[in-house]
Design a protein around this ligand. Sequence first.
Ligand code: AOS
Ligand code: ZN
Ligand code: ZN
Length: 424
Amino acid sequence: MKIDKKHIEHHNEQLKAKHQRAFDYLAEDITHVEEIIAKLEKFQIAIPSWALGTGGTRFGRFSGKGEPGTLEQKIEDVGLLHALNRSSGAISLHIPWDIPQDAENIKALAASFGLAFDAVNSNTFQDQPDQEYSYKFGSLQHVDPNVRKQAVQHNIDVINHGIALGSKALTVWLADGSSFPGQLNFREAFQNTLESLKAIYAHLPEDWKLFVEYKAFEPNFYSTTIADWGQSLLLANKLGDKAYTLVDLGHHLPNANIEQIVSLLLMEGKLAGFHFNDSKYADDDLTAGSVKPYQLFLIFNELVEGMDARGIDHATGLGWMIDASHNLKDPLVDLLQSVDAIKLAYAQALLVDREALKAAQQRNDVVAAQEILQNAYRTDLRPVVAEARLRQGAALNPVALFNELDVRNKLIEERGNQSVATGL
Ligand code: AOS
Ligand code: ZN
Ligand code: ZN
């Protein structure tokens, strides 16, 4: 299944008049609309290979169909997304779920869809059939040095796969922790983790980054060894300049002020990776912007402010990625919705009158500050995001075109009813 230019043009032709009316009406009042569009056009959000299949919960899984069974098919799926929205120009692989046997061919295939390779992800939260030691009681934190060594070696192997593909970052997410008080010594677990990360860091190429992901709980239910941004930042600072914190929106305790975390990490020059999703309770991995769109906007507001303050390029300075799981929706549609919601929040943040906000803060004008933020948030910028897509040669309405072209049924015709369990 391939989406060609003609499909997009035909679709856009039908929606163009209505779009133009909405866009012109909006653009008249936004003095820097061209600047916003230019930034939206450059903004790319990587797709994780594990989000292309139907997820599940520990209670069950309702299989999807026509899902990608091979790495080649996963790349094709992201290629479809990118053809529809021109904003999903990279794929993030998970080793060993995706082993690139022939890196050159895989690279060429990705390039044919205009895709690059984002951060590579290691996996020491599951045991693989051929491995010697079990990760049941942790990996990089483990009390047994043999287990730690095995986990370190796995991460080095992942770096090597990434080098062959042109990735520039390794993301380490650990399930390490404990489920019962007394099960481990917190300090020793942390120190073991640090030593293991140092060994991995030593194998990082000069132009690579190490993203240290944190998570409040789950799969362990009493302690997680890298549980919050403080613990991640502590490790990143001890490791060195190439190590950074990765913020996954679903990995905080309820009501955490994520926008403040983002702001301070940027201030320290230690924010580099981002996993988008949304949640009501914890790591629900729902579609970005589906539950708390205002929070997503506030996070972007801090991202834009903080990146501008440090002169960080919005498009290339941070590793933007989705990390989601879909139990009910078609994974591809869910990803299209996520990318759209992320770009909308970004556009809203770009609309904030920074000078006026700064002035309001300086005179402690709480009311004005709120008005400024909410004016931006409550402006319906969907036509601006659509205009950026139009100029990029993407579909004005990617979800509608996905349905019009009956993409999922075509994939089922090609691949059959195959379904792959993925995601966490
Ligand atoms: C797990 O909760 C984390 O979000 C990871 O970033 C990610 O989902 C995992 O590495 C995928 O297997
Ligand atoms: Zn994540
Ligand atoms: Zn997660």
